[in-house]
Write a protein that binds this ligand. Structure first.
Ligand SMILES: Nc1nc2c(c(=O)[nH]1)N[C@H]1C(S)=C(S)[C@@H](COP(=O)(O)OP(=O)(O)OC[C@H]3O[C@@H](n4cnc5c(=O)[nH]c(N)nc54)[C@H](O)[C@@H]3O)O[C@H]1N2
Ligand SMILES: Nc1nc2c(c(=O)[nH]1)N[C@H]1C(S)=C(S)[C@@H](COP(=O)(O)OP(=O)(O)OC[C@H]3O[C@@H](n4cnc5c(=O)[nH]c(N)nc54)[C@H](O)[C@@H]3O)O[C@H]1N2
Ligand code: SF4
Ligand SMILES: [Mo]
Length: 807
């Protein structure tokens, strides 16, 4: 079923959902928008980074952390998963503004003690924004919220473990628990965690990847036989064409701009495909030159302002032109690929009308880009959430792979496919077995090493876990890091689901919404952060992480822990395992807790590609995991070849009076952690509840710049979801597209609106209308429907609409 027909199936009567996340402690009337101030200079970035770092950490902690950040004998940045240059090629300041903010947020001197929890009831905390919660400081001791209690109170570690073990062991079935992981967890912690969960008896291991690059993994496994990107940092430097699509590196992977700059200085051309003109790529000054002083020019040679969700059509059109022009690597296609004949026939029928409608681009624009592909001997395509968070994301990524395969751009220097990962160790967590659908050979290795039979039935992912919580099938939620409630789609449904659990537990550094929207009983277990010394077992412990380009290396923090009561994630998992599984477990939990080297020696025997792990991670710069397509053009698919695939082009029609909404990050947040209220590169200052709208659409809408609107999404499940009070901002982007920040807009994303095959929430193409405040529930002062465009379109009228292409 296409998205279009799903929309047209919206029932006549919609159930209204309008639970709002708190807004009270941010004065959004203070928001200032200066649309001309979009460009940012490097010097500003460094000044902002230093101001934040000094403000939160003080002089001494700032010096001792930032100088060790991303250094060979230092600690890995908690920010994104962008790789570090080879040892010997690193700068003294090998970090970006957002890396400095990530460190400052964790290493803050603000502490959150038991008095804080005695003062603030959970009800009070549930009325605060994520921004306020996160700014209260580091959690310093384990806390419990007993059934029916109004306040969190201190609990000893032993009692905490006994409480959790009691809940787990009282379940009728291990599948009544689910164990989430966010992507900061180290390889050692991830390995013991998945081992514990499987020894307990379930594969319910949802993770943030389910919301992030699941679509990339699905598409890449099917086509090239491995779910990871095929390039190294050196490949980026050597590429002749780099396509950055659906990604905002100036904010989310800032050091990538340095790599792009390097590539450009060696003659690469760059195409940016994005509805927005993101800073660094498209707009004037390079915000992230490592030294922060030189002011560069826009990196992209070509910017294509694509309509949201148009990328599948775009890449298919490029592929069809490459076939038409015979700009192909025939040798590669014959020796390594399969499916070319079908693909060529499929794209020969390309409907350019559909392509133009879907992309909002002209045939000339697409042809110009295709020429750049044809002229390049080595092309890399990089992508992130602008690609993965759509209903047809898996198909789009397969289309990106098709184009790469046509030109033999896999397994040669300067070429490849590059899904740019989000969290600093999200890729490593998967490598270590955090996956609800772990393959049998991996489970066999666990069985052979540890002498127990792990469960074989696939577990639940993120959306599956929310549904199971809602339906009462899951009673215990355990979160290793992250902010499940804040990050998940459909805020009202997710919050209700969490409240349905008997027990919710979070291993955390900072307070967030998942602690205050809780199950019958709730625990907060405070963990060491990556910037802190880990002396578990009485010795200095190192951990290891894997970056977006499969490089694995060690990390150890320099700082004294924020509190003596903090424990490492490894320590927490091992103690919980002993409490839950008892002393006669076949797994040496105490030895693991004593010496993480013991965990690494098991990783070496169990995890594919990790032989001699403990030796190799201690070499300067670590080692790179094997990647058969990249290393030897070996494709471990059923046919033993890379697979070209055929996907139909669907135009995502939007009914009249509706817009396509994407939810994205500002320059002052890390996912649900809100560092501050300024999106400097987009000219927004002092607030977050803004909706960016094309200026012509704004003019036609009957609203004015600065007006407040409620954003309403309608969906075929019969629920009308509302996010209230967003200020309209005119902002250059294709007509019909609008943008708001995550997590404020998560309430609008229906739980069941997920990508085909990957089940990833569709965060980047939500059909919405704009109402005058209160119109949706009849509390509007004007007393009338405030729907954008044709005022006769109330809820449920979608089926009568003539859909039209917004271009
Ligand atoms: N400072 C900072 N760094 C971060 C994070 C953070 O929150 N803050 N988060 C980390 C995580 S977990 C992740 S996953 C990454 C996310 O990194 P990004 O994917 O860069 O994050 P988003 O802000 O979601 O930006 C999506 C980009 O895709 C564009 N886009 C949206 N829809 C489409 C589309 O249909 N087609 C095209 N071509 N473009 C589209 C948007 O305009 C935007 O530029 O960043 C990581 N790094
Ligand atoms: N609307 C919308 N929703 C989205 C997205 C989107 O683009 N749009 N993006 C999705 C994506 S790509 C992702 S990855 C998810 C992110 O989802 P998550 O990874 O679950 O969320 P974060 O906001 O990164 O988690 C922040 C919390 O992690 C905890 N934490 C921080 N550091 C540590 C640590 O070292 N150890 C431990 N134990 N805890 C720590 C802190 O308590 C902090 O409050 O969100 C998804 N949600
Ligand atoms: S680019 Fe990413 S990993 Fe590197 S310093 Fe910045 S936030 Fe940290
Ligand atoms: Mo992510």
């Amino acid at each position: 079923m296409t998205f279009l027909s799903q929309l047209r199936d919206v029932p006549d009567r919609l159930r209204k959902e309008s639970r709002q996340v708190p807004t009270g402690d941010i004065d959004e009337t203070e928001v200032e928008v200066d649309s001309s101030a979009h460009a940012a200079a490097g010097a500003t970035a460094v000044a902002v980074a230093m101001r934040r770092a000094l403000g939160q950490m003080g002089v001494r902690r700032t010096a001792s952390t930032l100088l060790r950040l991303n250094q060979v004998d230092g600690f890995d940045c908690q920010g994104c998963a962008w790789p570090d240059p080879a040892p010997g090629h690193r700068h003294a300041a090998e970090f970006c503004e957002n890396g400095a903010k990530a460190v400052a947020e964790e290493a803050t001197k603000e502490l959150l003690d038991r008095e804080f929890f005695a003062t603030h009831s959970v009800e009070d905390l549930a009325g605060r924004t994520e921004f306020w919660l996160g700014k209260q400081g580091r959690i310093t001791e384990p806390m419990v919220l007993r059934p029916g209690a109004t306040h969190y109170t201190p609990i000893s570690w032993d009692d905490a473990f006994a409480t959790i073990a009691g809940h787990l062991n009282r379940l009728d079935d291990p599948d009544q628990a689910t164990f989430y992981t966010s992507g900061k967890t180290s390889n050692e912690a991830a390995f013991v965690y998945q081992l514990f969960v499987r020894a307990f008896g379930t594969n319910n291991l949802p993770d943030c990847s389910n919301m992030c690059h699941e679509s990339s993994g699905s598409a890449l496994v099917d086509t090239i036989g491995i779910g990871k990107g095929s390039v190294s940092l050196e490949d980026i430097h050597q590429a002749k064409l780099i396509v950055v699509v659906g990604q905002n590196p100036g904010t989310n992977h800032p050091r990538m701009l340095s790599a792009l700059e390097e590539a450009k200085s060696r003659g690469a051309r760059i195409i940016a495909i994005n509805p927005l003109q993101e800073a660094g790529l498209v707009r004037f000054k390079n915000p992230q030159n490592a030294k922060g002083l030189t002011v560069g020019t826009a990196l992209a040679d070509l910017h294509l302002p694509i309509r949201l969700n148009g990328d599948l059509a775009f890449f298919q059109a490029v592929g069809s032109l490459l076939v038409e022009w015979d700009a192909l690597d025939h040798d590669f296609l014959e020796r390594y690929a399969t499916g070319y004949a079908d693909y060529a026939a499929h794209v020969a029928d390309l409907d350019w009308g559909k392509v133009e409608a879907s992309t909002g681009l002209t045939r000339e624009q697409i042809t110009e880009a295709a020429r750049m592909f044809a002229d390049s001997p080595a092309t890399i395509t990089c992508w992130a959430m602008g690609i993965t968070q759509h209903h047809n994301a898996v198909g789009t990524i397969k289309e990106i792979v098709n184009v790469a395969l046509l030109q033999g751009n896999i397994g040669k220097p300067g070429a490849g496919v590059c899904p740019v990962r989000g969290h600093s160790n999200v890729q490593g967590d998967r490598t270590m077995g955090i996956w609800e659908r772990l393959p049998d050979h991996f489970l066999d290795a666990i069985r052979d090493e540890f002498g127990f039979e792990p469960p074989r039935e696939h577990g639940l992912d993120t959306v599956g876990s929310i549904r199971a919580l809602r339906d009462g099938k899951i009673r215990v939620f355990f979160g290793m890091g992250g902010n499940f409630v804040g990050a998940a789609p459909d805020t009202e449904a997710t919050e209700a689901a969490m409240r349905n659990a008997a027990l919710t537990v979070h291993v955390s550094t900072k307070l967030n919404r998942s602690h205050v929207v809780h199950g019958g009983e709730a625990l907060i277990l405070p963990a060491l952060g990556r910037s802190e010394k880990d002396l578990t077992g009485g010795r200095v412990q190192r951990v290891t992480v894997e970056d977006s380009m499969s490089a694995v290396h060690a990390s150890h923090g320099p700082l004294e822990p924020a509190s003596e009561h903090l424990r490492s994630e490894v320590g927490i998992v091992c103690s919980l395992a002993i409490a839950t599984l008892g002393e006669d477990s076949t797994i040496p939990w105490a030895a693991f807790r004593e010496d993480y080297g013991e965990i690494r020696r098991r990783i070496a025997r169990v995890v594919p590609g990790c032989a001699a792990y403990d030796e190799k991670v201690h070499e300067p710069g670590g080692f790179v995991l094997p990647h058969p397509p990249r290393d030897n053009r070996v494709f471990e698919t059923p046919s033993g070849r890379a697979v070209l695939t055929c996907t139909p082009v669907d135009v995502l029609d939007v009914p009249r009076g509706r817009y396509l909404l994407q939810t994205m990050r500002s320059h002052d947040q890390f996912n649900t952690t809100i560092y501050g209220l300024d999106d400097r590169y987009r000219g927004v200052k002092g607030g977050r509840r803004v909706l960016f709208v094309n200026p012509d659409d704004l003019r036609d809408s009957g609203f004015e710049e600065g007006d407040l609107v409620d954003i309403v999404s309608e969906w075929k499940d019969g629920v009308e979801r509302t996010a209230r009070s967003f200020r309209l901002v005119g902002y250059d982007q294709p007509r019909g597209c609008v943008a708001a920040y995550y997590p404020e807009a998560n309430a609008l994303v229906p739980l069941d609106s997920t990508a085909e095959k990957s089940n990833q929430p569709v965060y980047k193409s939500v059909v919405v209308r704009l109402d005058r405040p209160g119109a949706a529930d009849g509390t509007s002062e004007a007393g009338e429907r405030g729907s954008h465009g044709s005022p006769d379109q109330g809820s449920g009228s979608l089926r009568d609409d003539e859909p039209h292409h917004l271009s």
